[in-house]
Write a protein that binds this ligand. Structure first.
Ligand SMILES: Cc1ncc(COP(=O)(O)O)c(C=O)c1O
Length: 478
């Protein structure tokens, strides 16, 4: 049984969040450590965590742990709480919906928040053709839905994905995920009919970080043409799926010309282009959706994460002309498009407009980039920093590494330098010790910054300072 936590006055902990420094009455009854250990014992080891402790509260850019520890959150629960934790309007909308109807099952009838949400999202779509929606629970499910739709609509089986892509952990999503082997180690056989091409990320081509986007684009489109003539003919290829900003693969925005090239190939061969904006969408990169930069038309676009600011909700949007060909009943799910999640998402869409979120993203993004470039320009640190990249508040810094895959063959690995081992995870860990949650990403030495989109100037500065201090300490430690 879960040990019951009490504070010194004997009141149950759940009702009273401890103030900093307050201690527990008796660790023999229970303590935050005991609760943490309980979790370690009973929660599957397959689930990894970056911090110790038990989270009990989230408010704006901060989360609090059961022991009173307060952390600045530069992870947003992996790019989800874009409007900060427990945004009052979003939480209120969800609470109100709870008092009306919670489970208005989508195959029984329409429910109002579902339809209101579509009404609010339509003007934000990156292309007017995207007018037919299906809501699900998670990003992975949205990916599953898109693959299924592409196969059914084209009558073709194969899907082309990108090296370094992350699309989720369910079976279809796992098959098109190529960011790390850990997601599918020991699981094969995976869904068949998946092929991959390189992403326009300099590492994947053994080119320096300064390589012009046009060169990377040509490399990748060349590989795509080769793939379509050697491995999966266009008449067997249902879809190309792409994260317009490679997430788990290293936070790399795709150049406009590459996205245009994919669109042209899809148009030429009747292949569907699936754009996965699960992480890059909802203001994360400074626009509602990253794909707006290139103005290309996705055939199917996927969203989740920031869509409902923490309530489980994902979306698959396409054009009516396509979705009209789906057999009724072929899409669905018990909890798909839950009314509480949809009501929260409506409030998110309103808050985006009312609170000028995109303006704040631009301002804070400039400050974050300026701070990272200052580190890159610093003589004592420059040699360890390979790249600073991203868009909006989806930003990464990459460190030089001698342990990166294929480092011995990679000209990007600085020769003759004392490269710091595991620098990204060491810096992230130090930031956590200093009170800021931060994530790494990719098989390279990359730290990613995904702060709330409405973060204040003060908290952005605080985060940048903690990061700089942590980096300096790690470099000093050797
Ligand atoms: C681009 C992208 N697609 C799909 C997913 C999977 O979403 P979920 O974890 O909600 O299943 C993620 C999750 O990180 C993602 O970043």
């Amino acid at each position: 049984m879960l040990p019951k936590l009490i504070n010194r006055s004997g009141r149950p902990l759940r009702r009273t969040l401890l103030r900093r420094g307050e201690r527990y009455a008796s660790s023999s009854i229970s303590s935050p450590e005991v609760l943490n250990d309980f979790g370690k014992h009973h929660v599957t080891k397959g689930l990894a965590r970056i911090s110790e402790g038990v989270m009990v509260k989230g408010s704006g850019s901060y989360v609090e742990y059961v022991d009173g520890k307060r952390m600045l959150d530069f992870t947003c629960g992996i790019g989800v709480t874009n409007l900060g934790h427990s945004h009052p309007k979003v939480s209120q909308a969800a609470a109100d919906q709870c008092m009306n109807i919670v489970h208005a099952q989508c195959s029984i009838a329409f429910h109002e928040p579902y339809l209101r949400l579509i009404e609010k999202l339509l003007p934000a779509m990156p292309h007017p053709s995207l007018d037919s929606f299906f809501f699900w629970n998670s990003g992975s499910e949205a990916v599953e839905g898109a693959i299924k739709m592409a196969r059914v609509l084209t009558g073709r089986q194969n899907v082309i994905t990108m090296q370094g892509a992350y699309h989720g952990r369910t079976f279809g999503a796992m098959a098109v995920t190529k960011s790390k082997t850990v997601y599918s180690d020991g699981v094969a056989p995976l869904m068949p009919g998946v092929f991959s091409i390189p992403y326009p990320f300099w590492h994947q081509h053994r080119l320096p970080p300064s390589t012009p986007p046009s060169v990377l684009t040509e490399e990748c489109l060349y590989q795509l043409h080769l793939l379509l003539s050697q491995q999966t003919s266009p008449k067997d290829t249902a879809a190309i799926i792409i994260e317009p900003v490679l997430g788990e693969g290293g936070y790399v925005p795709a150049p406009k010309e590459f996205l245009e090239g994919l669109r042209a190939v899809c148009d030429q061969h009747g292949i569907l282009l699936i754009v996965d904006e699960v992480q890059s969408g909802f203001g994360r990169t400074g626009n509602w959706f990253f794909i707006e930069e290139s103005r290309i038309r996705p055939d199917i676009m996927l969203m989740a994460k920031g869509l409902a600011n923490g309530f489980p909700l994902s979306g698959v949007v396409s054009r009516k002309e396509l979705t009209d060909k789906l057999a009724p009943g072929s899409m669905g799910g018990t909890y798909a498009g839950n009314a509480v999640s949809c009501a929260a998402a409506c409030a998110v869409a309103d808050a985006f407009r009312e609170e000028n979120i995109l303006v704040n993203v631009q301002a804070r993004s400039q400050e974050l980039f300026a701070s990272l470039y200052a580190l890159k320009d610093d003589q004592t640190l420059a040699q360890y920093i390979l790249d600073v990249r991203g868009r909006g508040l989806m930003v990464a810094i990459e460190f030089a590494s001698s342990e990166a895959p294929g480092a011995a063959f990679d000209p990007a690995t600085p020769k003759g330098l004392t490269v710091k081992k595991g620098i990204a995870s060491r810096v992230a860990k130090k930031c956590i010790e200093k009170g800021m949650l931060l994530l790494t990403t990719s098989v390279y030495e990359v730290v990613r910054f995904i702060p709330p989109l409405n973060i204040s100037q003060e908290d952005m500065k605080k985060g940048c300072d903690i990061f700089a201090e942590s980096l300096r300490e790690v470099v000093k430690e050797g």
